[in-house]
Design a binder for this molecule. Structure first.
Ligand SMILES: C[S@@+](CC[C@H](N)C(=O)[O-])C[C@H]1O[C@@H](n2cnc3c(N)ncnc32)[C@H](O)[C@@H]1O
Length: 205
C-alpha cells in the first residue's frame, strides 16, 4: 500500500520516540502502557483492586500492565477490535457505545468493579474539533456508565481531550463523584490535547 507523507512522518517520529522504543524492548504492546503506569503513580489506582474493567484495550498495553501489577484480580478488557489473548485477562469484543454492550459487560462481572479505566478515543476524521467532540462524548458515556458498574468507593480513569465539551465532561463528573482531577502523563505526546480524568467516590443520594 502506498503511504502518504503524513503517515510516513508519523512512522519516523514513532521510531524516534523513547516510550515507543522502551515499550518494544519491554514487550509491551503499546507505548500507552507507560501512561497507565504514570496514572497509577499519581493516583495509586491499583491498590486493593479485585475487579477492573479496561475499555478500549486494543492492542493490550494497559491490560498487560494491569495483569502484571494486580494479583488475584479479575480483569475484563473490552474493544471493538479483536485483541490477541493475554493469559488471565477476559476479553469482550464489542462497541461500548451500543446499549447491549453495556449489558454484556455487566453480565460478565460477578461483582462491581473497583476500577474502570478507559483509553477509548474516537477514530480520527481529519477534523480535530469533531474528533475532540466525539472522544469527549465517549468519556461522558464512560462516566455515566460507571455508576452502574463500579463500587461506591470505586475509581474511574478516562481519556478526554482538552477542547470542546471538556467543561461539560468535568461538570458531569463533579455531579457524580466526590473527587475529580485531571492529569496529563509525560508519556502523552506534548502536541496532543489528550489528558485523563480521575474520578473517585460515587456521590450517593
Ligand atoms: C488508544 S487505543 C487504546 C490503547 C490501549 N490502552 C493499549 O494500551 O494498548 C484506543 C482504543 O479504543 C477503542 N475504541 C474506540 N471507540 C470504542 C468503542 N466505542 N467501543 C470499544 N472500543 C473502542 C479503539 O478500537 C482503540 O483500540
Amino acid at each position: 500500500m502506498k503511504k502518504n507523507k503524513s503517515s510516513k512522518n508519523w512512522i519516523i517520529k514513532q521510531h524516534r520516540d523513547q516510550y515507543f522504543k522502551q515499550a518494544k524492548s519491554s514487550g509491551f504492546r503499546s507505548r500507552s502502557a507507560y501512561k497507565l503506569l504514570e496514572l497509577n503513580k499519581k493516583f495509586n489506582i491499583f491498590s486493593n483492586c479485585k475487579t477492573v474493567i479496561d475499555l478500549g484495550c486494543y492492542p493490550g498495553g494497559w491490560s498487560q500492565i494491569l495483569k502484571k501489577n494486580l494479583k488475584n484480580c479479575k480483569i475484563l478488557s473490552v474493544d471493538i477490535k479483536e485483541m490477541e489473548k493475554i493469559d488471565g485477562v477476559d476479553f469482550l469484543c464489542c462497541d461500548f457505545q451500543k446499549k447491549d454492550s453495556k449489558e454484556k459487560i455487566l453480565k460478565k462481572l460477578n461483582s462491581k468493579a473497583d476500577l474502570l479505566v478507559s483509553d477509548m478515543a474516537a477514530d480520527t476524521t481529519g477534523n480535530k474539533d469533531l474528533d475532540c467532540i466525539r472522544t469527549n462524548a465517549i468519556c461522558a458515556e464512560v462516566i455515566e456508565f460507571s455508576s452502574s458498574v463500579i463500587k461506591d468507593s470505586g475509581v474511574v480513569i478516562s481519556k478526554l481531550f482538552n477542547g470542546q465539551d471538556f467543561l461539560h465532561v468535568k461538570n458531569l463528573a463533579k455531579s457524580k463523584f466526590h473527587r475529580v482531577n485531571f492529569f496529563k502523563p509525560e508519556s502523552s505526546r506534548d502536541y496532543s490535547k489528550e489528558t485523563y480524568i480521575h474520578c473517585a467516590g460515587i456521590k450517593t443520594l
